[in-house]
Design a protein around this ligand. Structure first.
Ligand SMILES: [Zn+2]
Length: 365
């Protein structure tokens, strides 16, 4: 399965020749492999890099089983570089020849569907799942002390009578102990699996109790909770996980876009539009870069200091170097932002961001 390390490798790869990046949905609406193959063939017709086209055709004909939902491929044959990643989530078809690998769809997939932990919890135990890029794996379960049913006429109806409240208190103690142990067990799982966000399924009451049992650092990663039975099957959990992950990411993105635009309008810690964002990335001011997935713009890059702009300047304002023209300043800026430890949100669609110039950033200072 595609991992953060693979993504990092793509960021670190600095080809001297243009690289071919290709994203393909292999599950077409027509549903057949032949249709998907034909579609790939047609996409490659526009590419003027015969060795890279050959590498992709060879992989898709000889080595790929056409079972995944989609496929991301990168080829720079002149440098002996070829990577293919079958994915379990859909992508938008695209083929591009650029200075650096096109990573935005993968960043978006990783942000949305990467490294989730799912906990289904009740008063006695929990089932734990890892949800990563569309793959669901049940990694363990925990069963604590049994909760004995209160006898008729017990705690609730005869509160205060001798025996009633102590039995109820006893049950509460057992639940507290169970929750504590579940939290401990879940914490170990979150840690070993490098979980970045958590969803909790259960009754409202159990969700609250479990969340409160978690240390604050894990609580802050809880991004969603929903009613779901402990006995749910994998397809039910997977369907819910996809939906919840998508909604959580969409909500987060909309919030960040709004924030960037408001900050920019106030002349505070925000910028909108490509040139101001390129500047903020170059100076290390950009903390979060927000960019539409499909946005592309040619530009100029100073090889001396890496500064990029869309303006045809004679000399670099930072180091007086001469510029070279690049095919996609947006893709390059995403990569530089990542290298400078900014977080980058790749946004499939957002009208406010589109009107603001398709790219924006929230600044550190
Ligand atoms: Zn420069």
């Amino acid at each position: 399965m595609f991992s953060e390390r693979d993504l990092q490798e793509l960021f670190d790869f600095t080809p001297e020749r243009p690289i071919l990046s290709l994203y393909l949905n292999t599950k077409t609406s027509e549903g057949t492999i032949d249709v998907a193959k034909l579609h790939l063939h047609n996409m490659l017709k526009s590419v003027d890099l015969p060795k890279d086209v050959q590498a992709i055709e060879q992989y898709s004909n000889m080595n790929y089983d056409w079972k995944s939902q989609s496929l991301a491929m990168f080829s720079c044959a002149d440098q002996g570089f070829f990577r293919a990643y079958p994915l379990s989530v859909p992508v938008n078809d695209q083929v591009k020849t650029t200075e650096r690998p096109v990573t935005r769809p993968l960043i978006h997939i990783m942000e949305t569907y990467g490294y989730w932990g799912i906990v289904l919890v009740d008063k006695q135990g929990a089932r734990l799942f890892s949800f990563h890029l569309g793959g669901l794996e049940e990694v363990g379960g925990f069963l604590g002390e049994e909760i004995k049913q209160i006898k008729r006429g017990g705690a609730s109806s005869v509160r205060g009578r001798k025996g009633g409240s102590s039995s109820s208190a006893n049950i509460e103690n057992i639940i507290d102990r169970n929750m504590g142990k579940i939290a401990e067990y879940a914490g170990a799982f979150f840690k070993t699996r490098h979980i970045r966000r958590i969803m909790i399924g259960g009754s409202d009451d159990n969700i609250v109790r479990f969340k409160e049992s978690l240390p604050k650092s894990w609580q802050s990663l809880v991004a969603a909770s929903f009613p779901l039975s402990m006995t749910s099957d994998h397809s039910e959990i997977l369907e819910r996980a996809f939906q919840v992950a998508k909604e959580a990411e969409h909500g987060h993105q909309s919030k960040m876009v709004k924030q960037a635009i408001i900050l920019a309008a106030k002349g505070s810690n925000g910028v909108i539009g490509l040139n101001d964002t390129l500047n903020a990335i170059h100076t290390g001011q950009a903390q979060t870069v927000l960019v539409l997935e499909s946005y592309s713009e040619h530009g100029f890059r100073c090889p001396g200091c890496g500064f990029m702009t869309t303006q045809a300047l004679a000399l670099c304002p930072f180091c007086s170097g001469a510029f070279i023209r690049i095919n996609d300043a947006v893709e390059m800026s995403v990569r530089v932002a990542k290298q400078k430890n900014a977080s980058v949100l790749i946004i499939p669609e957002n009208n406010a961001l589109k009107e603001a110039g398709a790219i924006a950033a929230i600044l550190r200072y």
